[in-house]
Design a protein around this ligand. Structure first.
Ligand SMILES: NC(=O)c1ccc[n+]([C@@H]2O[C@H](COP(=O)([O-])OP(=O)(O)OC[C@H]3O[C@@H](n4cnc5c(N)ncnc54)[C@H](O)[C@@H]3O)[C@@H](O)[C@H]2O)c1
Length: 437
């Protein structure tokens, strides 16, 4: 039987069923997109609360507003379960589980392995499995091929496996999963072809590459490119500060060059589940081949020292105002890892908070997206951003430049000292003494 041809027909006719393992920042938008494209989608997660919320039509991901999810759930196009057995009826299974680094900086493939092991008893002929979790080049081949062979299938003939990196940019109003081209590489050409046929039904553009390993490398290269360029922008900020030059003016002016330059901006450090982590997968893989990834290591060193550098600048600002950091009241404004989202993972604001606190500062924070956060093993809660709270501070430190839901006018009116590490208050007037990164 030609399983590939049969699957392609089912995809075209939208009779194929789609399963998504891991309904987080990546999995839930994919599940919604597949359902909006006409597929019946079953999500599997180990988080019982998330399952219940989805089945009530309630979203917990900002990029998937509840009004867009609820009708799909009501029409039976999206449902969620903890039971992997539901995947036995699926034709396509996407795996979007976490791929963190462990404490020693090595990739933790535990979630991917657990997902594959749980899926294994429910594999069937004609199934297409696509790993979307970001990982080191070679993962799909290393982890999936042996498991599939062991289960008695022949990849590329009666079962298909591909890797397709998720490039979602949470909070981006212009580019979502549908209009961001999808790179796809299979373990075999047949795997690439059926995966391409699936994504063609749901996204605007599909970019096939020669193998799953190449598709994995594309994602790592993209994020390594960002990490290194942000590292350069951060070092430029340090250089400009020493030379008495405004780094923002330099980046903005250089950014007017219509070719051969792309602006990257400095900040208090790298955050999120991707940019600080993903280059680590490649560095780890290359260490196993005795090759040192020098660009990655240098960028990691510069980026990871930024919170410390920001705290040094805070100390200098307070010193200039005749104050010590010990005992000073400091409000961090914005703590998520980037603007207008609620994700705190790897946020440099947490490092800055902890460093200030350890030096004796009385720290609090305000973030309209993050009502609480874990700092130094305890929970801090967002304080209201009112005139009195701002006036009570010796210094306000903008760590995340939310563009919505923050009244910077009020901050500039009421703050005494303001350190803006994101350049969001540029051009705004007030009585606060403002220092930029
Ligand atoms: N968040 C992003 O912006 C982004 C962008 C591109 C790529 N990625 C990559 O996508 C992957 C997923 O990231 P995320 O941000 O969606 O993570 P997430 O933590 O938001 O979601 C992961 C989900 O997987 C579930 N899960 C964990 N183990 C499971 C298992 N064995 N079976 C079923 N469900 C399980 C968790 O409960 C959670 O709901 C990672 O590899 C990440 O690097 C993330």
């Amino acid at each position: 039987m030609d399983f590939a041809a049969r699957l392609k027909t089912a995809l075209r006719e939208k009779t194929a069923r789609v399963g998504v393992i891991g309904l987080g920042y990546v999995g839930l938008p994919m599940a919604r997109l597949a359902a909006e494209s006409g597929f019946q989608v079953t999500g599997v997660d180990v988080d019982a609360d998330r399952i219940q919320r989805i089945n009530r039509g309630e979203s917990y991901i900002l990029d998937v507003p509840t009004p867009s999810l609820k009708p799909l759930v009501e029409r039976g196009l999206v449902k969620a379960t903890e039971d992997y057995a539901a995947l036995a009826g699926m034709d396509v299974v996407l795996i979007t589980v976490p791929t963190p680094l462990n404490k020693t900086g090595d990739p933790d493939m535990g979630y991917v392995i657990a997902a594959m092991e749980s899926l294994k008893p429910h594999l069937h002929q004609g199934m297409l499995i696509i790993l979307e979790s970001t990982t080191y080049p070679g993962t799909t081949e290393d982890l999936f091929l042996p498991a599939i062979r062991e289960a008695g299938f022949t990849e590329g003939e009666d079962l298909f496996v591909a890797f397709s990196p998720e490039r979602v940019d949470p909070g981006n109003p212009k580019y979502g999963v549908k209009n961001t081209p999808k790179v796809v590489g299979g373990l075999t050409p047949a795997g690439t072809e059926v995966a391409e046929a699936f994504y063609r039904e749901i996204v605007d553009k599909v970019v096939p590459v020669s193998s799953a390993t190449s598709a994995e490398m594309v994602k790592i290269y993209e994020n390594t490119f960002r990490a290194i360029n942000i590292g350069l922008a951060n070092e430029l900020a340090i250089i400009c500060n020493l030379l008495g030059i405004d780094v923002w003016e330099i980046v903005e002016a250089a950014g007017t060059k219509p070719f051969g330059f792309m602006p990257f901006y400095p900040g208090p450090g790298l955050g999120g589940h991707c940019i600080p982590i993903d280059p680590g997968y490649l560095a780890w893989r290359m260490r196993t081949l005795k090759y040192k990834t020098r660009f990655i290591e240098l960028a990691t060193e510069v980026n990871s020292k930024m919170p410390e550098w920001v705290v040094t600048r805070v100390m200098e600002m307070l010193n200039d105002a005749g104050k010590a950091i010990n005992g000073s009241r400091i409000l961090l404004l914005g703590v998520s890892y980037k603007s207008d989202i609620d994700d705190l993972r790897e946020s440099p604001a947490i490092d800055v908070y902890e460093l200030l606190q350890r030096r004796g500062a009385k720290v609090c924070y305000h973030d309209p997206y993050c009502p609480n956060m874990q700092v130094d093993h305890s929970t801090a809660e967002s304080v209201p951003l009112d005139a009195k709270t701002i006036r009570d501070q010796d210094l306000v430190l903008i760590t995340t430049g939310h563009r919505q839901r923050v009244d910077y006018g009020l901050v500039l009116r009421e703050a005494r000292l303001l350190f803006d590490t994101r350049n969001v208050t540029r051009g705004m007037k007030g009585k606060a003494k403002v220092v930029y990164l």
